[in-house]
Design a protein around this ligand. Structure first.
Ligand SMILES: Cc1cc2nc3c(=O)[nH]c(=O)nc-3n(C[C@H](O)[C@H](O)[C@H](O)COP(=O)(O)O)c2cc1C
Length: 218
């Protein structure tokens, strides 16, 4: 027989319960700064990967697609991530360089949506970041033909072994298909849970060099 156990509440349970009012969470006037504030809060509570977001793209027929990606950087210019430019998303972005991102931080009950145009990060910047990655991850970037059919699980292992021999004693250069992308936000929407589902939504839309701020019904 199993003794009755206490299930401890997670640290966020009280402060971030569905019934709690989180108070004034709109701590910055400018959306990228506001994102940075919320991200800092998410980092304290999110168990895994507060930088994980859903990246939506469309294919040539206009059919939407999405997958989870890790945020690499946030700057005044926007949001960056790294991937294989020959993957499904890479090909979609080459045809239609527009994307939407959605962060959902469950632990603090907040969501941020971003829409914008996508551009490639310079080769020099990609090289610099690639050089900081673990050697095995560098070899993996050469070995994985991301999103294409893998004939059998051993094919990847065999390719990795070949590449390890090829690069033995040498630095692993960045594969030309491994690259970073920058999403320049055109709009950013911040959603925070409020009691009785009367949630707050604030959307910022880029207007020339400024942002227009509007509230939306939940
Ligand atoms: C938490 C998490 C983080 C991920 N981060 C990345 C990433 O930074 N870059 C990447 O190419 N794929 C990442 N992936 C894998 C993608 O979700 C996806 O499987 C892959 O990029 C292929 O997508 P595509 O076929 O649409 O191109 C991540 C998956 C998860 C669950």
């Amino acid at each position: 027989m199993i003794a009755k156990v206490d299930i401890p509440k997670s640290p966020s349970a009280e402060q971030y319960s569905a019934e709690a009012d989180q108070g004034d969470v709109f701590t910055a006037k400018e959306p990228l700064a506001l994102f940075a504030d919320w991200f800092e809060e998410a980092k304290k509570y999110e168990v895994n990967d507060p930088g994980a977001f859903t990246l939506a793209t469309v294919d040539a027929a206009g059919m939407p697609d999405c997958r989870v990606i890790l945020l690499k950087d946030l700057s005044e210019d926007g949001f960056s991530f790294y991937t294989n430019s020959q993957s499904t998303k890479g090909l979609q972005l080459a045809q239609r360089p527009a994307a939407a991102m959605c962060f959902f931080w469950k632990s603090i009950r907040r969501q941020v949506r971003v829409r914008g145009m996508v551009s490639e990060i310079s080769d020099a910047e990609c090289d610099a970041y690639f050089a900081t990655r673990a050697r095995m991850a560098q070899i993996g970037a050469w070995a994985s033909q991301q999103s294409r059919e893998l004939p059998d699980a051993n094919a990847l292992k065999a390719r990795i072994a070949e590449l390890e021999a090829e690069f033995d004693g040498k630095e692993v250069p960045r594969p030309p298909h491994w690259r970073g992308y920058l999403i320049t936000p055109q709009s950013m929407e911040f959603w925070v849970n409020r009691p009785f589902r009367l949630h707050d939504r604030v959307i910022y839309s880029r207007q020339d060099d400024d942002w227009r701020e509007e509230r939306l019904y939940p």
